[in-house]
Design a protein around this ligand. Structure first.
Ligand SMILES: Cc1ncc(COP(=O)(O)O)c(C=O)c1O
Length: 398
C-alpha cells in the first residue's frame, strides 16, 4: 500500500490491471467476476466498445470548454434525460455528491424565490448516504461521516424511515424545504422503499408545498430494471433528482434534474462548475444513455435481477447460520449476513467473486446490467463456495 496516499480507504489487496465486461484482471493475472462494478458505476461492464469509441472520438476533437459556451453534447443529453423522466431541466456535475449539492441548493432557492426563505430544512433518513461534501454528510447524518468535521450544519433533520407520524409532522413544519430520500438505499444495505411509501410522500409533500428530492445516484440509470427507480411508483415522482455513477459507465459525471417549477430559483449565477458537463463526459454520457435506456437492456436487467433473487434465496435458505435475507431491487442486491460482512467480502474474493459491503451487515452485489445468465449462475456458485468455506471455518473454531 502506498504511504503517499491519504489513508481514507481500507483497500482490498488487489492491484487491478484491466477489465472487460463483467471481469476484472489483476496484475498477477488473477481474474475476478466483478459484482462491485465501481459500486454500481460500470453498469455496461468494463471497457464497453461503444463507450470506448465515443471517448476516443471526442478526445481527438475537444476535451474541455467552459460552461460560458454552448456545449452541444450537454443539450443533447439534457433533452434525452428530460424526455425520459419527470424533469424539464438538467444541470451537469462531475459526481453524485455534487449532484446532491445542486439538488439541495435548488430546493432552498425555490422557496427563497417564492418568498419563503425561512424554508431551509432538508428532511433525510437514517441509513441513507448522499456523498461526502459537507452538505451531503449533514443531509445523511451518519455520525461516522460527520464527526470531527466541526459543527453540524443547521437545516438538516434525520428521521427513521419507519416513523410515519414524525415524517408527517416534519412535512407540516413551516421551515421545511424538502425531503431527500433514496428510493432504494444503497450504502444503507440495499433497502427498497415500498411503492406506496414513495407515493404517499409525494402526496403529503405536494399538499404542504414541500419539494421531494430523490437520490438516484446508485439506484438510478437502469439498476433496478427501470431507467429510474421511482418509476416503479407511478405518482411518486420527485420534483428534483440527483443521478451519477452509471450515467457515464465509469467516466465521472453527475446531474441534477428538476421540473421547471422546482428550478424556479436557479437563474443565471445561482450555481456553476468548471468541469461539469464537459465535452468528454458528454460524449460518453450520451453513448451510455442510449445503451442504458434501451428497453431490451432494462428487460434483461430485470430478468437477471429475478435470477439472482431466486438463486440467492435458495442459497441463503441452505445457510441460515451464514446469511438471513436477500433484499434490494433488480440488480441492486443485498444479502444480510449473520457472519461479518467484511470477512465475507474477503472470502468471496478468494473464490474469484468481488462484492461490496453495505450497512446492516450486508454484502451488496451490483453487477453490470449486461451480466449474462451464465455469469449470474457463476456468481451464485462462487458465493456458495464462500459460504461453505465460512461454515467450515466456524465448525473448526467451535
Ligand atoms: C445514493 C448515493 N448518493 C450519493 C453518492 C455520492 O456519489 P459520489 O461518490 O459520486 O460523490 C453515492 C455514492 O456512493 C450514493 O450511493
Amino acid at each position: 500500500m502506498s504511504e503517499a496516499l491519504m489513508g481514507v480507504y481500507n483497500r482490498a489487496p488487489i492491484e487491478v490491471d484491466h477489465g472487460e465486461g463483467v471481469w476484472l484482471t489483476a496484475r498477477d493475472g488473477q481474474r475476478y467476476l466483478d459484482c462491485v462494478s465501481g459500486i454500481a458505476t460500470n453498469a455496461l461492464g468494463h471497457c464497453h466498445p461503444v463507450l470506448v469509441a465515443a471517448l476516443k472520438q471526442q478526445a481527438e476533437k475537444l476535451w474541455h470548454v467552459s460552461n460560458i459556451f454552448r456545449i452541444p453534447g450537454q443539450e443533447a443529453l439534457a433533452a434525452k434525460l428530460t424526455a425520459a423522466s419527470f424533469a424539464d431541466v438538467a444541470f451537469f456535475a462531475n459526481s453524485g455528491t455534487e449532484a446532491i449539492e445542486c439538488a439541495i441548493k435548488t430546493a432552498r432557492r425555490y422557496h427563497a424565490a417564492k418568498g419563503q426563505p425561512q424554508r431551509i430544512d432538508v428532511i433525510g433518513f437514517a441509513g441513507s448516504f448522499h456523498g461526502r461534501t459537507y452538505a451531503a454528510v449533514n443531509a445523511a447524518g451518519n455520525p461516522a461521516y460527520c464527526d470531527g468535521f466541526g459543527p453540524r450544519l443547521p437545516g438538516y433533520v434525520q428521521l427513521s424511515l419507519d416513523d410515519a407520524p414524525a415524517l408527517a409532522a416534519a412535512i407540516a413544519a413551516p421551515t421545511t424545504a424538502a425531503v431527500l430520500v433514496e428510493p432504494v438505499q444503497g450504502e444503507g444495505g440495499a433497502r427498497a422503499l415500498p411503492v406506496e411509501w414513495l407515493q404517499n410522500l409525494k402526496a403529503m409533500a405536494q399538499a404542504a408545498g414541500v419539494l421531494v428530492i430523490h437520490d438516484e445516484v446508485q439506484c438510478g440509470m437502469g439498476r433496478t430494471g427501470r431507467l429510474f427507480a421511482h418509476q416503479w411508483a407511478p405518482g411518486g415522482e420527485p420534483d428534483i433528482m440527483a443521478i451519477a455513477k452509471a450515467m457515464g459507465g465509469g467516466f465521472p459525471i453527475g446531474a441534477c434534474l428538476a421540473t421547471h417549477e422546482a428550478a424556479a430559483g436557479m437563474g443565471v449565477g445561482a450555481h456553476g462548475t468548471t468541469f461539469g458537463g464537459n465535452p468528454l463526459a458528454m460524449a460518453v454520457g450520451n453513448a451510455a444513455f442510449d445503451l442504458l435506456a434501451d428497453p431490451a437492456l432494462l428487460d434483461h436487467a430485470r430478468a437477471m435481477g429475478d435470477r439472482f433473487a431466486a438463486g440467492l434465496g435458495a442459497l441463503v435458505a441452505g445457510y441460515r447460520d451464514v446469511a438471513v435475507d436477500v433484499r434490494g431491487k433488480g440488480l441492486l442486491i443485498g444479502v444480510k449476513l449473520v457472519v461479518n460482512n467484511r470477512e465475507m467480502m474477503a472470502t468471496a474474493r478468494d473464490h474469484g467473486l468481488l462484492v461490496a459491503g453495505g450497512g446492516d451487515n450486508c454484502i451488496r452485489l451490483l453487477p453490470p446490467l449486461t451480466i449474462t445468465a451464465a455469469e449470474v449462475d457463476s456468481a451464485i456458485e462462487r458465493l456458495g463456495l464462500a459460504f461453505a468455506a465460512t461454515r467450515r471455518m466456524m465448525t473448526q473454531a467451535a
